[in-house]
Design a protein around this ligand. Structure first.
Ligand code: DQA
Length: 150
């Protein structure tokens, strides 16, 4: 089973940006945690981070034909603006789970809308890095049930 983990703009600056919101740990630490959770779950995790909307759309499209079974996505600021990322997720028809490190619903009103979330079947919001682990667990359990061959 292969999961694609997509992180959007400025998440490469974790550990530097707004530490009171996103915490002290950096992006590399997040990547290491994701790799070790994947090992525990017995799945493969491919990590992708980009600051560019089109690159994220391209990577999601690639997932359609590269053997990806599910997508964990934190589209960061593009969550609240990008219909292109929503459409890409709908197009590839892979099970997807949305993650936000912070509780976007308790922040500014413009963060309350999630376009990408409309194509996701599960949402892990405001749980810090643990949201990625929960999303991976969810997809592994769900894909296992929906498609015993995966
Ligand atoms: C975020 C929340 C977004 O509103 C913000 O633009 C981010 C990170 C989060 O993980 O909490 O960059 O997606």
């Amino acid at each position: 089973m292969k999961l694609l983990i997509v992180n959007g703009p400025n998440l490469n600056l974790l550990g530097i940006r707004e530490k009171h919101i996103y915490g002290e740990a950096d992006y590399e630490t997040l990547c290491r945690s994701i790799r070790s959770w994947a090992e525990e779950l017995g799945c493969k995790a491919e990590l992708f981070q980009s600051n560019h909307e089109g690159a994220i759309v391209d990577r999601i499209q690639q997932a359609y034909s590269d053997g990806t079974d599910g997508i964990v996505i934190n589209p960061a600021a593009y969550t609240h603006t990008s219909i292109a990322i929503l459409d890409a997720l709908k197009a590839v028809q892979l099970p997807a789970a949305e993650v936000h490190i912070s509780d976007v619903n308790a922040r500014e009103p413009f963060r309350h809308i999630s376009y990408a979330g409309m194509a996701c079947e599960a949402h892990f919001i405001g749980l810090g890095f643990d949201g990625y682990r929960r999303a991976m667990e969810y997809l592994c359990a769900h894909i296992g049930k929906a498609n015993p061959e995966a």
